[in-house]
Each structure stands twice: as structure tokens, then as C-alpha cells.
Design a protein around this ligand. Structure first.
Ligand SMILES: Cc1cc2nc3c(=O)[nH]c(=O)nc-3n(C[C@H](O)[C@H](O)[C@H](O)COP(=O)(O)OP(=O)(O)OC[C@H]3O[C@@H](n4cnc5c(N)ncnc54)[C@H](O)[C@@H]3O)c2cc1C
Length: 528
């Protein structure tokens, strides 16, 4: 028998954005809200201990475990493409960095989406450790705190950056993030503070809010052009939810997939799968943008890094005790602690590269750390020109979508990646680092020409997990736009999207805080 539920508002996806929407829209006790999430509850301890991303990524308990198609720009490699599948979504498995991007990012987003327009919504959800000022608030739910440990190698790299002309930037979130500083993170005293922890757990008791985990939305249901709910499964049994309004917050891969399964997309994609077209929106699943990180790994002859601590029993016991005693030490560590934003070339108008510097090294993210002291200087291009796509491969939610980011397919991005590697090497050659005696372990210094460097990037580059743009916001007149600047899906009624998929262009930084901000905006518009 099919379980039937009627509600005022249905939110699909309890990730970074979905948890905010559930919080704000269920504030009114007269409004019934149902939040559905394909994954389970976020009760597993490794979700909350920061270093647990090593266990949650690639684990079907918490990750959709997607893969990209083979990427010609990455020497034909196919990448693991983690997406959170649990309460909190990606914010339960991510690197916890709180980053809004740059003021100029928002200039092209649309009406009422300038930096001046979005800043109050960033502040609304924020609880900032230094208190309120023109850029921050300490009255919101989402804790933004400092990290709880320092490493000599990172401190020295910071000095190298400053000595090379980078501004010391203790706060990356004032609209100009150029410079070097320690990332601020979504943690509460050394414990991960996901969107679920911030926005959902404190309100689970509300009688007008129903949170359904292990509930997979198969497709949206329409009455004519009006979206009236979804059909799917709840713990393996059929469920049908009818609602006065429906909000997709299933993320940059999940939201376009659900639209396509429901007949909203391009005929070229839907027809071969036998799906009848309900709304012709060829932009669904297109415009995929992501940050590609080139991970330059360094072997150090001297110095303390996580490699030695994690590779010895005594080191591991010490780390465990440190965390148990006061939630500090390496177990409280966000994967990347030190950040720097800089220009690939003087001719560029603003910082277009971001460093994530880590006091550890491994051949691949999430695999065993090297047996020698090591550090990683990961550098990513912030505003790539390459555009990819993601589309369904079958009619069921269990059919994994194809994900083709088309990394480095644009010649400009290949130019920037070469400059990024060269700049990293120049900084690593700085005499201040001599005391650690770094040598480039991977890709290795053998490459010199542009062709070599592109080949090298193809060997070591990987996603930094920021897919956006696959249901982009734009006016009716833009045939590739999927939602209006008030986040309503074009061509149908009663259906909205609020998550990372609506970004027309990627922000110059990490993408969790922008997804939270986007949700804040839609919640306010729907509330009034
Ligand atoms: C490993 C990793 C590290 C990252 N590090 C950082 C970082 O340090 N800082 C930062 O700012 N950003 C980081 N990001 C990116 C950031 O976390 C995401 O951009 C952001 O969380 C996206 O939010 P969202 O609401 O769009 O989607 P999500 O958080 O992905 O939420 C979507 C939710 O919808 C659910 N869902 C999908 N389809 C369905 C369906 N059919 N039925 C029901 N439920 C469904 C999913 O299970 C998920 O819970 C990282 C991401 C990853 C994966």
C-alpha cells in the first residue's frame, strides 16, 4: 500500500540548503512542512569528528558514491565524485570551510543578487566567533569558528606568502578574499557543525515539521502545469506526498536529475529514455561548473606533519587523547587549514586562484598518508571557463547520473593551470622553507613546457567538490535558464529550487555558505 501525506510545503533534500528551508518555513506553526532526505540520520560519530571525512567520503552510508565520466583533460581518468547522502547532505561530509566568495562574483547573478543584496542573508544565518560588525553577525544558527591547532609548516608557508606580497587576511568573508590566512570553519569547539546540526536538530520537535529520512524522491507529480508533489519510496515502501508548494534542494547533481525524471529538461535527453516532455528547459543539467584542484605533494626532510603522527601507534593514541580531552589536535582538523587567494597573472582583475594548504600528503585524497613527512599545496582555479553537464542515465532514482565536468576543456583554463603550478613552485622555492627541505613528490619537477605541465595537472588534479550551475538562474528570455531570479522553475508553477544548482556562475571560493544564503533568500520570499 502507498503511504499518502498531504502538506503545505514539501522540501526535497536535507542538505546545506534544505535544512535552512525547513527551519525557516516551519517557524510559522500554521504551515505544515515535510522535509524528505534519501540518506539516513546523521548519528554516526565519524560525521561529527572533523577528521571523519576520511571515512564518510566514498562510503555508501553517507555518500552517493558517484563517478565522473573519463575526463580527457585529466589524461582519461574518471574521478570519484562525493555527494552527501545523509541529514546535512554535503555539509555532513565536507571540509567545513566557511567562504562566501568575492563581491564581484555576484555582479552577474541577476536582479537583486548583488553583494549588497546577499550580504544580509549571509549574516542572517551566521554566528560568528568575533561577534557582529558590518560583515558578520553573532545571532544566527551557523557557527563560524577558528580552528584549534597550528603547524609550523603552515605558519612558515604563510610567512612565505606574505613575504611574496600577499596581504595577511584574517577574515576571508568581507567581499575581497585576496591574501593569505587561516580558514574559518563550521565547527562547535572542534566538532563539525553541519547544516543539520545548525538548522534542523534544534527544531525537530516542532509539531508542524515532519522529517522523513531514507526517503527517495523518484519523480515530481503535476496537475497540468502545476507541481503538486512527489512520488517515491520511504524505507523501501511506496510513498506519495502532495503539497501546496514544492521546493527542490537536492543539490547540483540531485536537483537536475529529479527534474529530468519528471519530464523537465531537454528533449534530446528525455526522448531516448521514453520520458514525456513536460517543460522544455534545455538548460537542465547543463552549465556544470566545478573547481579543479591541482594537488602538488611535497616530501619534507624535516618538520612535524600529520603523516608521521597518523603513521605511528603512539601518534594515533596521542591524537585520540587530545581529542577526547578537549576536542583539539589533528582529529579536530579541517582537511585544509591555511588558505590563500591570488592572481594567476597581473593582468587578471582579481584573485582567480585559491590555495588549500595541508600539513599532510597522500597519493590520493582519502588514501593512506605517505610514510615520510609531507605537505600538500593544492591550488584551484576559481572561475573556470570549462562547462560540463550531468544528466540521468535511466528513469529511476537508483540509476546513477552521468557527470561530465569537462575539466580543462577550455584553452584558457589550461593556460591558468600552468601558471598555477609555476606560481606554487616559486613559493615552494622560497628560502624560508629551507628548514623543511621540501622536494616535489608529485607531479615531480621533470615537467617544464606547457604541454608537460598540462599533462602533470591531468595526472594529479581532482575535484574540490564544488559542482554548481546545473539549474541556473536567469530570465525567461535566456533559453538555458531553469529558474527565475526568485528561484521559481520556468514553464511550470508551484515549483522552486534553492541549492547550489541555481548559481549562474561559480563563486570564487567554497560553496557551502552560498548554498545556505540561497536558501535563506527563498525562505524569505515564500514567507511573505
Ligand atoms: C567532500 C566535500 C568537501 C567539501 N568541502 C567544502 C568546504 O570545506 N567548504 C564549502 O564551503 N564547501 C565544501 N564542499 C561543497 C559544499 O558542501 C556543497 O557545495 C554544498 O553542501 C551544497 O549544498 P546543497 O544544499 O546544494 O546540496 P547538498 O548538501 O548535497 O544536499 C542535497 C541533499 O539532497 C538529497 N537528495 C538528493 N537527491 C534526492 C532525492 N532524489 N530524494 C531525496 N533526497 C535527495 C541528498 O542526499 C542531500 O542530502 C564540499 C563538498 C564535499 C562533497
Amino acid at each position: 500500500m502507498t503511504e499518502q501525506i498531504h502538506t503545505d510545503t514539501l522540501i526535497i533534500g536535507a542538505g546545506s540548503a534544505g535544512c535552512v528551508l525547513a527551519n525557516r518555513l516551519s517557524k510559522n506553526p500554521d504551515q505544515q512542512v515535510v522535509l524528505v532526505e534519501a540518506g539516513g540520520k546523521d548519528s554516526w560519530h565519524w560525521i561529527h569528528i572533523p577528521v571523519g571525512y576520511l571515512y564518510t567520503m566514498g562510503n555508501p552510508k553517507t555518500d552517493w558514491c558517484y563517478k565522473t565520466t573519463p575526463q580527457p583533460g585529466l589524461n582519461g581518468r574518471s574521478l570519484a565524485y562525493p555527494r552527501g547522502r545523509v541529514l546535512g547532505g554535503c555539509s555532513s561530509i565536507n571540509g567545513m570551510i566557511y567562504m562566501r566568495g568575492q563581491e564581484a562574483d555576484y555582479e552577474s547573478w541577476g536582479n537583486d543578487w548583488s553583494w549588497k543584496d546577499v550580504l544580509p542573508y549571509y549574516k542572517r544565518s551566521e554566528n560568528y566567533h568575533r561577534g557582529s560588525d558590518a560583515y558578520h553577525s553573532d545571532e544566527g544558527e551557523l557557527l563560524v569558528q577558528e580552528q584549534r591547532l597550528k603547524w609550523d609548516i603552515l605558519e612558515t608557508f604563510k610567512q612565505v606568502c606574505e613575504d611574496s606580497g600577499f596581504t595577511d587576511r584574517p577574515d576571508f568573508n568581507q567581499g575581497d578574499n585576496s591574501g593569505v590566512g587561516y580558514f574559518e570553519v563550521n565547527q562547535r569547539k572542534g566538532v563539525r557543525f553541519s547544516s543539520a546540526r545548525a538548522f534542523l536538530h534544534p527544531i525537530m520537535h516542532r509539531p508542524n515539521l515532519k522529517v522523513l529520512t531514507k526517503t527517495l524522491s523518484e519523480q515530481l507529480i503535476f496537475d497540468g502545469e502545476r507541481c503538486i508533489g512527489m512520488d517515491g519510496t520511504h524505507r523501501g515502501k511506496l510513498i506519495s506526498i502532495r503539497a501546496n508548494r514544492v521546493i527542490l534542494a537536492a543539490g547540483a547533481i540531485g536537483s537536475p536529475a529529479l527534474l529530468e525524471r519528471s519530464g523537465i529538461g531537454s528533449e534530446n535527453v528525455l526522448k531516448p529514455l521514453g520520458i514525456k516532455l513536460k517543460a522544455d528547459l534545455p538548460g537542465v543539467g547543463e552549465n556544470l561548473q566545478d573547481h579543479l584542484q591541482v594537488r602538488l605533494q611535497y616530501r619534507l626532510e624535516h618538520g612535524d606533519t600529520l603523516n608521521q603522527r597518523a603513521n605511528s601507534w603512539i601518534g594515533r593514541i596521542k591524537m585520540g587523547l587530545q581529542y577526547a580531552y578537549n576536542q583539539s589536535g589533528p582529529l579536530s582538523m579541517a582537511p585544509s587549514q591555511l588558505g590563500a587567494f591570488f592572481k594567476s597573472d597581473d593582468a587578471v582583475d582579481r584573485a582567480d586562484l585559491e590555495f588549500h594548504i595541508q600539513p599532510m600528503s597522500a597519493d590520493k585524497l582519502g588514501t593512506e598518508l605517505h610514510p615520510f613527512p609531507g605537505m600538500t599545496a593544492s591550488v584551484c582555479q576559481l572561475r573556470p571557463k570549462s562547462r560540463g553537464n550531468t544528466h540521468i542515465s535511466g528513469t529511476k532514482a537508483s540509476d546513477a547520473p552521468t557527470i561530465d565536468p569537462r575539466y580543462l576543456s577550455d584553452a584558457y583554463d589550461r593556460e591558468v593551470v600552468c601558471k598555477a603550478i609555476e606560481k606554487t613552485r616559486t613559493l615552494m622555492d622560497h628560502p624560508l622553507l629551507d628548514e623543511f627541505t621540501p622536494t616535489e613528490h608529485k607531479p615531480g619537477r621533470t615537467q617544464k613546457t606547457s604541454e608537460d605541465l598540462i599533462q602533470a595537472a591531468g595526472e594529479v588534479a581532482t575535484t574540490i567538490f564544488h559542482p554548481v550551475g546545473t539549474a541556473k538562474m536567469g530570465p525567461d528570455s535566456d533559453p538555458m535558464a531553469v529558474v527565475s531570479d526568485k528561484l521559481k522553475v520556468h514553464g511550470v508553477s508551484n515549483l522552486y529550487i534553492a541549492d547550489a544548482s541555481i548559481m549562474p556562475t561559480i563563486t570564487s571560493g567554497n560553496t557551502h555558505a552560498p548554498a545556505v544564503m540561497i536558501a535563506e533568500r527563498l525562505a524569505e520570499w515564500l514567507d511573505h
